[in-house]
Ligand binder design. Structure first.
Ligand code: CMP
Length: 141
């Protein structure tokens, strides 16, 4: 069944010039770009997005990083899009990410880890709605 997930190409990966390589991987693996835009998050927008992590010791540093430069936000759609995207991304910590995954290839460290992907259907709904009104989701599979 077709499913939606939110993907973010984080500021570290945008700065490395690997937007195209990341998107090529999604498309080659059956994930369709249903919506996409480049944004520069304010600190407040980053804090809102990562609100579930607000008690974590890395929250301030993470939201500084996420607001440090442009990011690409996308809605990916396709069969098992949430799990498929997580498989392509690899483990949160690039030191533990499998060979060939996006984080193994492009992440710097556990914080500057190149990409974000929703972890479950409910979070996917909330995260997509945070960045995309329904009328901007224009190319769903
Ligand atoms: P993401 O998948 O976007 O979800 C939460 C983010 O917090 C994660 O990727 C990392 O960017 C960051 N993160 C998770 N764990 C740590 C940590 N131990 N130290 C710093 N940043 C972290």
């Amino acid at each position: 069944m077709s499913e939606r997930t939110l993907s973010i190409i984080k500021p570290d990966a945008v700065a490395k010039g690997v937007i195209g390589q990341i998107i090529a991987d999604f498309e080659a693996n059956g994930l369709q770009i249903a919506a996409m835009k480049m944004i520069r998050m304010s600190k407040r927008v980053a804090q809102g997005f990562y609100a579930v992590h607000r008690e974590r010791p890395f929250f301030d540093s993470l939201t500084d990083f996420m607001s440090s430069g442009p990011a690409v936000v996308m809605v990916l759609s396709g069969d098992n899009a949430i799990a498929k995207n997580r498989e392509l991304m690899g483990a949160t910590n690039p030191a533990e990410a499998a060979e060939g995954t996006l984080r193994k290839r492009f992440a710097t460290d556990i914080e500057k880890n190149a990409v974000h992907g929703s972890d479950a259907p409910e979070t996917a709904r909330t995260e997509i709605a945070y960045f995309f009104p329904e009328l901007e989701i224009v190319n769903e599979k």
